[in-house]
Design a protein. Structure first.
Length: 363
């Protein structure tokens, strides 16, 4: 079948980039003709390009901006090399409608494509309003993120969701919204980054000492920095930060591309993160890890770790001595891997089944 994917693919974010890569790769492995629809809503473009101007006061090149530009360029090069994109960039819903009958099926997801909070707000395109009635519609690992109620959008979303053939979501909150407010059945599946292997993207890491990999989006507070420093000393590990400058790091790889990022995860001895995909790739590469508590990430990260019995790796309070000491213990993957592997198989089968039960619409 010819499949179009609508997701967050153009952002300056490793997790978003790799989930887009993984879903396309998995679908191709099933023999489908797949491309990602190059939809870039203007409000998102403005948000992700802010701070990229290389000119600062005095008309001098700002080093922070220069590194951000270089990182963004490297992320873009990764996309161009590893993703098949639609032939043109699309910035508004009107142009999306020209694609209404271009595919046999359109899949939306994964990521927080259904989140109604600023800055993106409600975008009916991610509920596939532009897709013709006769074209099949599937959600894979879509999420409402921090949204808990549909409020003023309930009627519109209800109608759009009930045009879908199958709804597969990424977390329990999203399942409850779909089933409770839209009266449509939904199944929780894993993020698409779990569905594929990454051997073809890995490269050797130049940093040769054993290290804690620090991957954080929100800044660390003082107690979190202290936690990382203490773990570093107790485990005799250097601190390496990827994607962001951290003052406590011995080495900062700020402009890493997704292949660099994956390789640093693979080679790490221990991982500390406050991100969802940092947690995922700690699991994929079977690392001992700590998730620093973040209220914005708690729902999806705790939901994921709860499915496999590893919610204890979330450090809710770095000042709690018992919680602190528990993080120093190695993750015994022999106790959890079977459960995770089963969830991966179930997630793959859910997507394969959703495609198989569609009417035969292949060109």
């Amino acid at each position: 079948m010819k499949i179009g994917i609508l997701t967050f693919h153009h952002v300056d974010n490793y997790g978003a980039t790799l989930q887009a890569y993984a879903l396309q790769k998995f679908l191709r492995s099933q023999g489908h003709d797949v491309e990602t629809i190059d939809y870039r809503p203007l409000n998102a473009v403005k948000y992700y390009t802010k701070g990229l101007s290389p000119i600062s006061k005095g008309l001098k090149l700002n080093s922070f901006a220069a590194r951000k530009i270089f990182k963004a360029w490297r992320m873009r090069q990764f996309l161009l090399k590893h993703l098949k994109l639609s032939s043109s960039k699309i910035y508004n819903n009107a142009k999306l409608r020209k694609l209404e009958s271009s595919y046999d099926v359109v899949i939306v997801g994964s990521d927080q494509v259904w989140c109604l909070e600023p800055f993106r707000g409600f975008d009916p395109a991610f509920f596939l309003d532009f897709v013709a009635d006769e074209v099949a519609k599937i959600s894979y690992a879509s999420s409402f993120g921090s949204t808990t109620h549909l409020d003023i959008y309930k009627e519109q979303i209800y109608k759009l969701v009930n045009r879908f053939n199958t709804i597969l979501v990424r977390d329990q909150n999203s399942k409850e919204i779909i089933e409770g407010e839209c009266q449509k059945s939904a199944e929780v599946v894993l993020d698409p980054t779990f569905l594929v292997k990454y051997d073809d993207l890995l490269k050797s890491v130049k940093y040769k000492e054993n290290y804690i990999l620090l991957y954080n989006q929100s800044d660390l507070n003082e107690s979190e920095e202290e936690f990382v420093s203490v773990v570093s000393k107790k485990k005799n590990l250097k601190i390496v930060s990827v994607g962001k400058y951290n003052r406590i790091a011995d080495e900062n790889f700020i402009t890493a591309d997704p292949s660099d990022w994956l390789s640093l995860f693979k080679a790490a001895t221990y991982v500390v993160t406050n991100t969802y995909h940092g947690t995922i790739f700690s699991l994929i590469f079977q690392k001992s890890f700590t998730v620093l508590f973040s209220s914005k990430k708690t729902n999806k990260t705790s939901n994921l770790l709860g499915q496999i019995g590893l919610e204890g790796r979330i450090l809710l309070n770095s000042n709690d001595q018992n919680m602190f000491l528990a993080q120093l213990e190695e993750v015994k993957y022999e106790d959890f891997q079977e459960t995770l592997d089963q969830r991966i198989i179930e997630s793959k089968n859910a997507l394969i089944s959703a495609l198989k039960k569609l009417p035969n619409t292949a060109h």
